[in-house]
Design a protein around this ligand. Structure first.
Ligand code: NAD
Length: 452
């Protein structure tokens, strides 16, 4: 599904008209291409005094080949007040222990507010409020959310801004997240709060982090699922692509294209979990990454909704996933280092008229992440979910024009996301480097106003 307005707005006459009429101006987002450096330019890294992350962050950046700007050369020049353009602004706020200390944020960001490249990156690092030593420190750390969410809305031109809470002791577990957030892989993720906990992180080949891993992707015949299969395979995974028998041809095409295998199975049949477990046990002996992407909608307002529409949406989007998790976990088919990844929706966060069944199921996916994370942590398995906003797929192409345009523009990027944006976020969760990332629900919505 193409966004004709955005294509027009990127032409010469289109740009002039957009400017004159004050219309939404969707920037061209920097998306990841194989071989891309992490950033296209230097980054500025600084910290409030006493920050515990600035040193490990500096080491990670340098080892990853990212140039860190010298603060002396990134001050506004005396003659024209300009600052040399930066690819990213990174700030370690873990040293802030009370509200007065928040002034350090202004002092850092104010002179640099206009210094970011298009599709620039802002990442603020903090301590999870629940891990803070005093109520005052927790208050100040919670305040960081308002700053990052506002920067995401204010800076424009495809800038993304996130807050990453790093628990004490998790300093060495930030690399996969830092890399994801700096790169073009996170083009449509903004205004998010991400939590990282302590974890043993293995050596990671950042070009092929999933080498040797078995990844099951449900609903892989088309749309977001097909892209997830492609991205996980590009990251090195051996992909098992699953979809209903009726989608067999399209599924085979996806599986062939990614050098994986296809499983035709309706997830809602009573024996689906056992059949899937048998298949994975026989062919692979395990599954390392499980992406529950299959999902359906059956939209009607609640008063007009047939009971079977309620049941089928809950069954596909939530209950069948729980049944599959239970069987695979019971049979020990998801080893330590395993990754469970759900696909929620901003409808599961904000609710949506005509989608009580869908929003219930997608809020349930969030509940599953939060309730299972501590249980699975004991087995060294992480569980997270993406919550996509408006993504350009067949599903959103069916939305009536006016609603579709509203959905597309009502976010900080003034455009819909692409399936690859969701897939790359899933690949970040799937990475062995993301061992400390669990219990997170990350929206891939361009910082949509819905439910924000
Ligand atoms: P899609 O309809 O294009 O693809 C869904 C796939 O799931 C299909 O191939 C379908 O055959 C498969 N599927 C459905 N029921 C199944 C079953 N019982 N067993 C096995 N496979 C089954 O949808 P999409 O837009 O690619 O969405 C993928 C996921 O992302 C869904 O969970 C959806 O709710 C979620 N999502 C999408 C958007 C969006 O904007 N497209 C936004 C938020 C969330």
């Amino acid at each position: 599904m193409s966004d004709r307005y955005a294509s027009f707005a990127h032409t010469g006459p289109g740009r002039a008209l957009v400017k004159r009429l004050g219309l939404p101006d969707p920037p061209k987002l920097r998306r990841y291409r194989p071989g891309d450096p992490l950033t296209h330019g230097p980054v500025r890294l600084d910290a409030a005094s006493g920050g515990r992350l600035v040193e490990p962050l500096g080491k990670l950046l340098t080892a990853a080949g990212v140039e860190i700007s010298d603060p002396a050369t990134t001050r506004p020049a005396e003659d024209d007040g300009r600052v040399p353009p930066q690819a990213a602004l990174l700030y370690d706020a873990t040293g802030i222990t009370d509200s007065a200390g928040l002034r350090a944020l202004y002092d850092f960001f104010h002179p640099l507010a206009r210094a970011l490249h298009p599709s620039g990156r802002v990442v603020v690092f903090g301590t999870p409020p629940e891990s803070c030593a005093t109520p005052r420190e927790a208050t100040a750390q919670r305040a960081l959310e308002g700053l990052t969410r506002s920067i995401g809305k204010e800076f424009g031109r495809g800038t993304t801004a996130q807050l990453v809470y790093v628990a004490p002791g998790a300093e060495r577990a930030v690399e996969s997240t830092l890399r994801f957030l700096l790169s073009g892989r996170s083009a449509y993720v903004s205004g998010q709060v991400i939590r990282i906990g302590p974890a043993e992180v293995p050596e990671v080949d950042w070009d092929r982090p999933l080498d040797g891993r078995i990844a099951l992707v449900t609903g892989a015949a088309r749309g977001i699922g097909a892209k997830v299969a492609e991205v996980l395979a590009a990251d090195g995974a051996q992909v098992v692509a699953l979809d209903v028998p009726a989608a067999g041809d399209a599924l085979a095409e996806v599986a062939n294209a990614v050098g994986g295998t296809a499983v035709q199975l309706d997830l809602t049949t009573p024996d689906a979990p056992l059949r899937l477990a048998d298949h994975l046990a026989d062919r692979h002996g395990r599954v390392d990454v499980l992406v529950h992407n299959a999902g359906i909608t059956r939209d009607k307002t609640l008063g007009r909704m047939r009971p079977d529409w309620w049941d089928s949406v809950l069954e596909v989007n939530l209950t069948s996933q729980e049944r599959i998790n239970d069987v695979l976990l019971d049979r020990g088919l998801i080893p330590a280092g395993g990754r469970l990844i759900g696909v929620s929706s901003i409808a599961g966060i904000a609710g949506n008229r005509g989608q009580t069944n869908y929003a219930t199921s997608k809020a349930g996916v969030i509940g599953l992440v939060h309730s299972m994370a501590p249980v699975l942590a004991e087995r060294g398995i992480t569980v997270n979910a993406v919550a996509p906003g408006f993504i350009e797929t067949r599903l959103t192409a069916r939305i009536p024009l006016v609603l579709r345009e509203a959905g597309r523009r009502m976010n900080s990027m003034a455009q819909g996301g692409l399936p690859v944006d969701v897939a790359q976020t899933i690949a970040w969760f799937a990475s062995p480097g993301s061992a400390g990332v669990t219990g997170n629900v990350v929206r891939v919505c361009g910082q949509s106003l819905l439910g924000a």
